[in-house]
Design a protein around this ligand. Structure first.
Ligand SMILES: [Zn+2]
Length: 285
């Protein structure tokens, strides 16, 4: 009896149903490529969950290289035949928030293994301390560092102007966040910026409509994976507890359910900032 219950509770079917109930999400169609979302890579990560150690990041990159993976940027994934089932051995690496450690620590490793990433930067935070990653003292990339990353072959995408939670803004403000950040970043790199990452993973189909009207052609989805589709690519957060093997599984596992992905979704659900925004909404309503 106990054994049967235990088996039932740990079976993929049960966990899949539990995950669907908890998050209200269906599985991602296997033909849609998924990616990884990093924030910081640091030699000695602090307490922040979204920091990944340099040692693990380096090992993960070497695993991609050993297995002859091609890393695609977000716009590269879009222009490749992303809906074909032959998307094996491809990995989409992304960095949110445009932190300086991407240029100083992660980029040399990526270069060593010939990997390309998409770095999502803010439109009005350059070389300053992060206002939301407040416990770790992370600094944003300078304009010159953004230019250098672009010249190394990485894609520069937008993460909005001010890192606002877009679903709480009116249409005009959403348009400003998306259009102004795009224009500012385009001026910096002298090239089109067409990929977007929604701050805090907050988006709605109406916001994606505005983004497309503003000139974006692709976006990463940290939340709302079940609505992934053409130009909307699910990404799984990478956290301090993830081993290099976990990172590889997150971007390659085609199973409809895995504990790793469920854990990432749970982390996304309770990601930092979320309670603050929920409180603000309750406060203003
Ligand atoms: Zn962010």
């Amino acid at each position: 009896m106990y054994l049967t219950t235990a088996l039932l509770c740990t079976s993929p079917l049960f966990l899949g149903a539990f995950s669907a109930l908890l998050f209200g999400r269906r599985g991602i169609p296997s033909t849609i490529p998924t990616g990884l979302l990093f924030h910081s890579v640091l030699p000695k990560p602090g307490l922040e969950m979204s920091h990944v150690s340099l040692r693990r990041f380096e090992r993960f990159c070497s695993m991609l290289s050993e297995r002859q993976f091609t890393s695609l940027t977000v716009s590269g994934t879009l222009s490749a035949d992303s809906h074909s089932s032959s998307s094996g051995n491809r990995c989409m690496l992304t960095f949110d928030d445009g932190f300086q450690s991407v240029a100083t620590i992660a980029a040399p490793v990526l270069q060593r293994y010939n990997l390309k990433a998409t770095v999502f930067c803010l439109g009005n935070h350059f070389g300053t301390l992060s206002q939301w990653d407040i416990f770790s003292g992370n600094t944003h990339l300078t304009k010159q560092e953004i230019r250098t990353l672009f010249n190394m072959g990485h894609e520069i995408g937008s993460h909005s102007l001010t890192h606002a939670y877009l679903p709480f803004l009116d249409t005009k403000s959403v348009r400003t966040e998306l259009a102004d950040s795009k224009n500012i970043l385009e001026d910096i790199i002298g090239n089109a910026v067409t990929s977007l990452s929604f701050p805090y993973g907050g988006w709605t189909p109406a916001i994606w409509e505005i983004a497309q009207e503003t000139g974006y052609t692709a976006a990463t989805l940290y939340r709302g994976h079940s609505r992934a589709g053409r130009g909307l690519f699910p990404v799984y957060g990478v956290y301090q507890y993830d081993t290099p093997g976990d990172m590889l599984s997150k971007c390659t596992d085609r199973a409809s359910f895995s504990l790793l992905r469920a854990r990432s979704r749970m982390m996304a659900h309770f990601a930092r900032g979320t309670p603050v925004w929920k409180y603000r909404r309750a406060y203003h309503s």
